[in-house]
Design a protein around this ligand. Structure first.
Ligand code: F3S
Length: 657
């Protein structure tokens, strides 16, 4: 049933002859600032474009401001408002006003609330083949559908890139997905990426760029390619990329940006680290079952599953083509009475085109409810499913509880499957409806950039409502420290354990003093109080400390409360990088059994720290009332050691400019 050939291909050095380059290598090498692409070590890249959204953007712009730079140094930086658009209190409105004024002052474009989801709008109006894009949102790789090398990162990394600094990452492997054939009717781009997730799992892309190639590529439009690159994030990939070809030119010309086109593809004799082959003509409509995007089966397996909610939208599947296919299914029919169908168009461009060609009327007549062109239900802003309900969504994530309903079952599928399910009230393979459809790719999209405000006057006054508080800066690392252990933790502490989310806490993202009160709140409600009483402190933990999201507040808030060191048996990779960025020293045990000798309430003595950070040798921490020290180590690169000694990335970047 599933088309698959899996193989390994050698890298591009054979018998001393340099072989051709793949597309990822071409963009990486043309943007390489330092490092060696072949080595697997850390490389530094020049960044051409950045994007931020409001949930991460306030912090990124506070960080940019703290670097004392006057204007962004990239070719183009865009500040989007698409996540927290509900205004039940003043906090989100304060954030929006701050972001509009900082964009004007520092030379970024500002996309107003209602203009669309950052990744959809960026694809339409800003993305360019061959360029690099760094975004403070994990689905930034969406723009890879345009032949861009687009990556997600923490807000501070994006702020540094806006200031002209390089972006550091481990040199990635490149996995080629070779596409042949053509999709059958009612099978879509979402089914391609669900198939890749089924084959590779949510860990399959870690440390890799996924490059799509082969004759099947030319059958896919740019928005379809971007559905695929968008969910490369669910594979854990650093980026996903398609070539730039006639489809790219067609999309750019339809967006009135034909001059941005350049052709780009891998060399004929390019080599790859790994390869996967998919015959598009053999694919069937697929669905990801609760609670993981890689838990994929054919839609037909669920034909007896009743549905209470269908949500169509998100940065994965809300393009004009997506919603026109939905219209083809719903036109002249009625949504099942037991189903709530909500539709969020990906951008104002999409919405206005549906409006002007009459498709919107067909959607509304069918009983669909129209939501704003924002992230909406995907970020939990409304539309939580009924208790124990089944929700079919065109989104990219279905982790337990993300919808806002802990016991709901969320399935991920294409817009075609979602629309068919909304009609029948059961999870439905659209091919069973007996419809036929041919959605035309528009020759010209409706162009209206009036909700994108261009870079403004450098003298613009920054608007700071009470929700915008100054950014705390870490002190430089002291050479000697006597630190109380204020918390001892077990294994697998998540960033959510460290800094919880939720509708009460999320609006405080630009107010570190206020949000830091919630640090470790679920584990120790007195944590913030204790930390403040000690001024400087440390915590100890078991394995995999900081797993979960890239949430930088999980490092920033503890730093604000005076945390200087986390001593753990092991760390999750992204959180460890965030700790370093915010000046907190991550240490591990030489003998991990030593964790048993330590407890909350002890004072640990560290000396000669400056030298210890610069070398890779283990060093001793002494304890009161115990003559045997605890030996600890770190695996800092030279660059990371400098960051820590300066008190974090912000301080070290300021020192460099
Ligand atoms: Fe927004 Fe959901 Fe995408 S929160 S950026 S639509 S993953």
């Amino acid at each position: 049933m599933f088309p698959l050939v899996f193989g390994k291909v050698n890298t591009n050095f054979k018998g001393g002859i340099i072989m051709g380059h793949n597309l990822a290598q071409k963009i990486l090498s043309s943007h390489l600032v330092s490092g060696d692409l072949a080595g697997g070590n850390e490389i530094a890249l020049r960044i051409d474009q950045t994007l931020t959204q409001d949930a991460t953007g306030t912090m990124a712009y506070l960080q940019f401001e703290a670097m004392n730079l006057s204007r962004v140094q990239t070719e183009c930086s865009v500040s989007y408002i698409d996540h927290n658009t509900l205004q039940t209190g003043f906090e989100n409105a304060d954030d929006h006003a701050f972001l509009q004024s900082t964009a004007a002052r520092f030379g970024a474009y500002f996309s107003r609330p209602g203009n669309g989801i950052c990744h959809q709008v960026h694809l339409e109006r800003f993305a360019k083949p061959g360029k690099t894009l760094l975004g403070s949102d994990s689905h930034t790789p969406t723009a890879g559908g345009m032949g861009m090398l687009a990556m997600g990162a923490g807000g501070l990394d994006v702020a540094v890139a806006m200031g002209g600094g390089a972006f550091y990452l481990p040199s990635p492997k490149v996995l080629r997905v070779w596409l042949t054939g053509k999709l059958s009717e009612w099978v879509s781009a979402k089914d391609i990426i669900l198939e890749v997730l089924r084959l590779l799992s949510v860990k399959g892309g870690v440390g890799k760029i996924i490059e799509y190639a082969g004759p099947g590529v030319k059958t896919l439009t740019v928005p379809e390619r971007s559905t695929i690159t968008n969910m490369g994030a669910e594979l854990g990939a650093s980026a996903s990329i398609f070539p730039s070809d006639e489809q790219t030119l067609r999309f750019l010309e339809a967006q009135g940006r034909g001059e941005d086109y350049i052709p780009l593809s891998a060399d004929e004799d390019a080599t790859y680290d790994e390869e996967l082959k998919i015959d598009l003509s053999l694919l069937v409509p697929l669905i990801a079952q609760p609670h993981s995007p890689d838990n994929v089966v054919p839609v037909s397996n669920h034909s007896a599953t009743a549905v209470q909610q269908v949500a169509i939208g998100s940065c994965t599947n809300s393009s004009y083509q997506d919603l026109m296919r939905v219209r083809e299914i719903l036109k002249g029919k009625q949504v099942h009475p037991n189903v709530s169908l909500v539709i969020s168009p990906g951008s104002r461009q999409v919405l206005s085109m549906l409006s002007s060609n009459g498709a919107l009327t067909d959607l509304l007549d069918s009983g669909a409810r129209l939501l704003e062109s924002t992230c909406g239900p995907c970020i939990g802003m409304g539309q939580s499913p009924v208790s124990k309900g089944v929700s079919v969504r065109t989104f990219n994530r279905n982790f337990l509880g993300r919808s806002g309903t802990q016991d709901a079952s969320v399935f991920l599928a294409s817009p075609e499957v979602a629309a068919a399910s909304a009609l029948t009230g059961f999870i439905t393979d659209p091919r069973t409806l007996g419809l036929s459809s041919e959605v035309e790719f528009p020759e010209r999209f409706r162009l209206d950039d009036s909700m994108i405000i261009p870079p403004g006057d450098p003298d613009t006054i920054i608007r700071r409502g009470p929700n915008i508080q100054p950014l705390p800066i870490a002190p430089a690392l002291d050479n000697s420290l006597d630190l109380p252990v204020i918390l001892k933790l077990g294994n697998n502490i998540t960033t959510d354990d460290i800094m919880p989310a939720g509708s009460k806490i999320l609006p405080l993202r630009s107010n570190i003093p206020a949000i830091s009160e919630y640090t470790f709140h679920k584990i120790d409600p007195q944590f913030a109080e204790k930390a403040k009483a000690h001024k400087q402190s440390m915590i100890i933990a078991g394995h995999n400390y900081g797993q979960g999201s890239s949430r930088e507040h999980a490092a920033l808030a503890p730093m604000y409360l005076g945390l200087r060191i986390v001593l753990a048996q092991s760390f999750a990779r992204i959180h460890r990088a965030n700790l370093i960025n915010f000046g907190i020293l991550p240490l591990t045990f030489v003998d991990e059994n030593d964790l048993d000798r330590l407890n909350a309430g002890m004072i640990l003595h560290l000396s000669g720290l400056h030298q210890a950070v610069k070398t890779s040798e283990p060093f001793a921490i002494t304890l009161d009332n115990d003559s045997k020290p605890v030996w600890v180590k770190h695996d800092l690169t030279e660059r990371q050691a400098k960051i820590l000694l300066a008190g974090g990335l912000l301080n070290s970047t300021k020192a460099a400019v």
